[in-house]
Design a protein around this ligand. Structure first.
Ligand SMILES: C=CC1=C(C)c2cc3[nH]c(cc4nc(cc5[nH]c(cc1n2)c(C)c5CCC(=O)O)C(CCC(=O)O)=C4C)c(C)c3C=C
Ligand SMILES: [Fe+2]
Ligand SMILES: [Fe+2]
Length: 359
């Protein structure tokens, strides 16, 4: 059968609204074997590596998958926790926190779940499960504040690949970015302010974002602009002058030029320019993961200190902070608004306000 049917359907089943949270995905274990599986899927995605397929297949299988898994497994084992990969643990907690908030406001009308673009739980399996539970309207929120074809675009590909095989499509909404939503800027700025209250301020605040090849920007990807806009809005919210913060790009992969300035080179050069203390935050990562904990928390710290830096502080990602989950819930609720049996949602909101006022 070309188009799959919805196996869970019964006429008495209540219609539900689904909220699917997604993130990138992570290996199953910090081992060479698991890394090979993960990297093969991730790096085979043409949205991630835009190189002619045959050439890339040869480089990937002939070189990268023979070298990288061992190196990456060693890096992952430094961040692995008893519960698993930090990215997985944070995403699970975020989904649980959002589900709790949805339950309080929407009752049983809304089902919240999470999936990963690469590895498990797969986007297709999760949407299928949600449809079996009665989901007829689906909102997908990839947890990337800035749009990038390599991440957000690729998530859309995975969702639409499932839809293309599916007989009964739900109503569908997709949040492609939220970097300039006032609530997002507010929570991220507050996290920095709390850090300042506890530790004082450093000479420079560095906003470090995951990089992409410069070619993608030149071909029209808005990611670079959205990162700079995020930094500008945060700086405005924090009252920072232009010389008090820097926007940099981390996690380079391969030999071609990526977005500049590079985080590592910037940190190596700052002490010689007289900057001895920095605080670094990653507003493109909604959850701490290998790229923040190991690369920013450890590797770049060493570069800075070995180059003559004296004080280096990494400000953690928003993870499952209550304020972050409240912000994500607000974003979701706004996008669900007229779906949530419209009047019901308005009435519940009014009731919640009334109850709050009576307390
Ligand atoms: C060509 C390669 C890559 C592009 C383009 C890219 C874009 C990109 N990635 C993220 C977010 C994350 N990337 C993470 C890990 C990671 N990224 C790449 C390569 C590219 N990323 C690799 C090979 C890896 C694996 C680790 C390694 O071997 O170094 C992660 C962490 C995942 C985890 O398990 O902790 C995240 C998150 C964004 C936002 C982005 C473009 C904007
Ligand atoms: Fe990446
Ligand atoms: Fe990295």
């Amino acid at each position: 059968m070309k188009y799959q049917s919805n196996t869970g359907f019964s006429h008495s089943q209540a219609d539900k609204i689904g909220v699917l949270i997604t993130n990138l995905g992570t290996p199953q274990a910090p081992t060479k074997k698991a890394l090979k599986v993960y990297l093969r899927e991730f790096l085979s995605d043409p949205r991630v590596v835009e190189v002619p397929r045959l050439l890339w297949w040869m480089i990937l299988n002939g070189v990268i998958l023979n070298i990288r898994p061992k190196r990456s497994a060693a890096a992952y084992s430094t961040v692995w926790t008893e519960q698993g990969s930090p990215l997985m643990v944070h995403t699970q907690n975020q989904a649980a926190g959002i589900a709790e908030r949805c339950k309080q406001v929407f009752g049983d009308d809304v089902i919240v779940d999470f999936a990963m673009r690469y590895g498990q739980p797969a986007i297709s399996d999760t949407i299928e499960k949600m449809q079996q539970q009665g989901v007829r309207k689906l909102l997908v929120l990839p947890l990337y504040p800035q749009y990038c074809a390599s991440t957000t675009g690729s998530t859309f590909d995975a969702v639409s690949a499932y839809f293309q095989r599916s007989r009964w499509l739900p109503d569908f909404r997709f949040i492609s970015h939220y970097h300039d939503e006032s609530e997002f800027i507010h929570v991220q700025a507050e996290k920095i302010k709390v850090h300042w209250e506890e530790h004082g301020r450093a000479e420079k605040l560095i906003f470090s974002y995951h990089g992409i090849p410069k070619r993608y920007l030149l071909n029209g990807d808005p990611y670079h602009c959205e990162c700079h806009k995020t930094s500008r809005l945060l700086a405005e919210s924090l009252g920072l002058n232009k010389d008090e913060y820097i926007t940099t790009f981390q996690s380079r992969f391969g030999r071609e030029e990526w977005l500049k300035p590079y985080t590592d080179e910037t940190l190596k050069s700052l002490p010689a320019q007289g900057v001895k203390s920095v605080q670094i935050v990653c507003p493109g990562f909604s959850a701490d993961c290998l790229e923040t904990i190991e690369e920013i928390g450890e590797e770049n710290r060493e570069y800075f200190m070995e180059s003559g830096g004296e004080r280096y502080e990494y400000i953690e990602a928003l993870n499952s902070d209550d304020a972050h989950l409240d912000m994500l819930f607000t974003l979701i609720a706004r996008n669900l608004a007229d779906w949530c049996v419209g009047d019901d949602y308005q009435q519940r909101e009014a009731l919640a306000k009334q109850l709050g006022a009576e307390k």
